[in-house]
Write a protein that binds this ligand. Sequence first.
Ligand code: MRU
Length: 367
Amino acid sequence: MLVKNKHYITIWIDKNNPKVVRTIDQTLLPHQFKIVSLKSSDEIIKAIRTMIVRGAPLIGVSAAYAIYLAALEAQKKCRTIYQFDRYIFKKSEEIKNTRPTAVNISFAVNESLKVLMKENTIEDKIAAALNCASLLSVQEILNCKKIGEYGLNIIGKISKSKKGKTVNILTHCNAGWLACIDYGTATAPIYFAHKKGIKLHVYVEETRPRNQGASLTAWEFLQNKIPHSIITDNAGGYVMQKGMVDMVIVGSDRTTLSGDVCNKIGTYKTALASKDNNIPFYVALPSSSIDKKIKNGLTEIPIEERNLDEVKYISGKSGKRIEKILITPLKSKAKNYGFDITPARLVTALITERGVVKPIKSEISKI
Ligand code: MRU
């Protein structure tokens, strides 16, 4: 999507040096747009942990690039294919342990391992790892495009039923192009509808504690001229009760076969408010975010608990400086759950790259 009218995706190989991965540092947005270089598997691991790269599809693709950089490292460090493979397996575990909730990391690492282990020479393994990461990246972009097309139909129908009046959409967190390489999952239908000339406006929930909605989704929308208003997380129920929302679209970090949706903390409360107000609640996700092994989202999906400082401190721009300030009593304890589970019964439908399906096993298993 566009940044200052120039097209970007969120991860790519440096065109002057194929051993370097380039990405946008998301911790600095919306105040600073900075492209950073990641030169080793450890640097990618750190970028995933510190959320320089974030969002389920992007951390999946980053994980695949980490395997590629690990393969380059193994070429220098190891004398035999056996040692090379051992190095890759060790790194794979480290990469999988960076963030536990999104299924995309283990999906991407397993895909990389599959292609890598089929090759017999170190050179071919490196080439296969790079090829796999690039393909996964392209695949995520295509997935988002398809999701955009399917979602556009849904927004189009609402617009028609409102006789062309503004369609009001509410979203939570950032399931935008920053999180998904390009277009986004929850945002692709919005971008496509806007391009088609459908009048729309998006309520962007700020998404405490890291404020991905207020900092990232709002920044994306501003760059791409999407009418939007940032609201506090607590205001979501109010705008729904007042009839100011026609539909909700969110992303997902992991969805089970039975249609339970794991997404950024706060999604569950948004879904409850939607249900109470008869507002359709859509989840846009690629098939790489579906975990077909898990049956019960509530008991089986590991929920990331992050550093308490994310709750106790807030950072923002003061004059020209980015400052971090304490907003709680210093000695108060805090809890920082990163994700929650929205049970399938609260979900209207899943918008995937293979079509719009009900959140039930018989439909999800076909995806
Ligand atoms: O913790 P984050 O910022 O990596 O959160 C993941 C997400 O971006 C969201 O939960 C999103 O809604 C789904 S991923 C497109």
